[in-house]
Write a protein of this length. Sequence first.
Length: 157
Amino acid sequence: MAEREAQVIEVIPATRPEVPGLARLQFEVSGGCGRCHETGGCGGVSIAQPLCSKPKTLLVADEIGVQYGDKVLVAIPDALLSQGITRAYMIPLVLLLAGSALGAILLPGLVPAQWMLTPDIGAIAGAGLGLIAAWWQLQRNQQSRAMVAPRIVRRLT
């Protein structure tokens, strides 16, 4: 289990007694590994700062009765992390490479010769289709498949 601190920014009461309410949590964007600005540090987080400067939020079940402004410890199951990595990085990469290879092999043979398409153009077209397929796959997985949910472990303040 990976654990992370967050702050409660909204509490949504339960609509039925058998279902817990919800809490919207805000996570601060971390500053990297701690060696970012030291000699020998990669500085990789500096590249992402313009894209990831907003705090991240997450809606989780409120099973312990948190209040607005509470600092809480959130546990994120390892299975959730590995599934997220697979869905967000591995599957799109495989689809990109497969589309590129198939495009390079098939596209030049499928179009008229006077178009003079090279395998490079086929690879680019196939890679584009692979990325579209990857995006579609991610959207479908997010809407149809419930994953193990993060949970609030305890209140810190």
